[in-house]
Design a protein around this ligand. Sequence first.
Ligand SMILES: Cc1cc2nc3c(=O)[nH]c(=O)nc-3n(C[C@H](O)[C@H](O)[C@H](O)COP(=O)(O)O)c2cc1C
Length: 409
Amino acid sequence: MSKTNISDSLMLPCGATIKNRIGKSAMSENMGSKGFVSNRSFETLYGRWADGGTGLLITGNVMVDQRALGEAHNVVIEKGINDPCLKLWANAGRKNDTHIWVQLNHPGKQSPKFLSKLPVAPSAIPLKKPLSRVFNTPRELSESEILEIIERFAFAAKVCKESGFTGVQIHGAHGYLVSQFLSPTHNQRTDKWGGTIENRMRFVSEIYTAIRVEVGPDFPISIKLNSADFQKGGFTMEDSMKVVKHLSELGMDLIEISGGTYETPVMTGTNVKESTKAREAYFLDYCEEVRKIVKSPLMLTGGFRTSHGMNEALASGVCDMVGIARSLAINPDFSNELLSGKDVASLVKPLTTGFPFLDRTFPLEIVWYTDQIHLLGKGQDPNSKRSPLRSVFSMILELGMSAVKKVRG
Ligand SMILES: Cc1cc2nc3c(=O)[nH]c(=O)nc-3n(C[C@H](O)[C@H](O)[C@H](O)COP(=O)(O)O)c2cc1C
């Protein structure tokens, strides 16, 4: 039997087929308009990506509650918001039989001070220093609020389906609310939503089930999940194996493997060991372990740079799709190049402003790539020569000093 490669299609448990094995992983566009709605730039951006050959486009995180934003220009889907551009966005992303899924998120305590005076979380536990300077200590959610948030995810998924998106993804990674519930550090509740891993995963299980009821059996539902979050007492390997197995058994159509939080931002390669980077995919070892216990399709994200590395990972059977983020922000046609069969490598390289202090203070990987996404949204080409220093100054000008110390992914 020939080995799987990036050109092969993939049929999901729900019956939907993705035309190839390349997924664009979520990158927050930070491009929403007043009133938390999308606009024509999303149509332009996703049309460009859909022309680029990628089989699956996962949108940047879309919030389910306007009172709980992760970033200043998030799009929100909730009752009472009428967003006519969602349909245009979905149509553009569906071109060429491309799948376009909306990543749904609630930031929990990872909503910065300039956006949330009093964020919510499973427990009233602040983020560690120095992040506690940027994020307020959260208050604990009541049970009725937890149930309301679950309903919000389900409602947003329904709107996504009605608008023409072809699937949804629950953001269960990077330290946001779903991930906070899973973590014994951040979730110290004593009711049925905390304590054992069975209780801590109740929130995400119920979100999945509520979404499934709204969208029916044929609509893809995915989750982005963290490997162990590299924090002592955090979401451990053993816990995450239990979660991943349970979600697979529930019927998750695609499990995306990533890692890290604001406190340990390994998702974009910061703090990742050189030996790991050399293997391309940051979370390959973890994915191998997951593969042993689940049948659901797996998408591995973080660090893939070459057609060789991607095909190797697929051929080994460790994952069923490769997830790519930054490479597609600087080259929206990267997937077509990969699919051409030639040896292709991404142009992603380390960024620096030239000033170590600024490099340490600002989330360069985020601000610079967000700038590239904004160029695409304006119908322009990305500009890999753009100076990271310029991106930092644009961010300061736009958001003001109070907003810039955050680290995200
Ligand atoms: C500008 C930017 C925004 C991002 N926004 C999100 C997001 O909204 N949701 C998410 O799950 N991951 C987000 N990520 C993380 C990426 O999906 C991905 O996990 C990470 O960049 C590693 O993949 P790569 O090495 O191919 O870039 C973001 C990354 C960047 C660079």
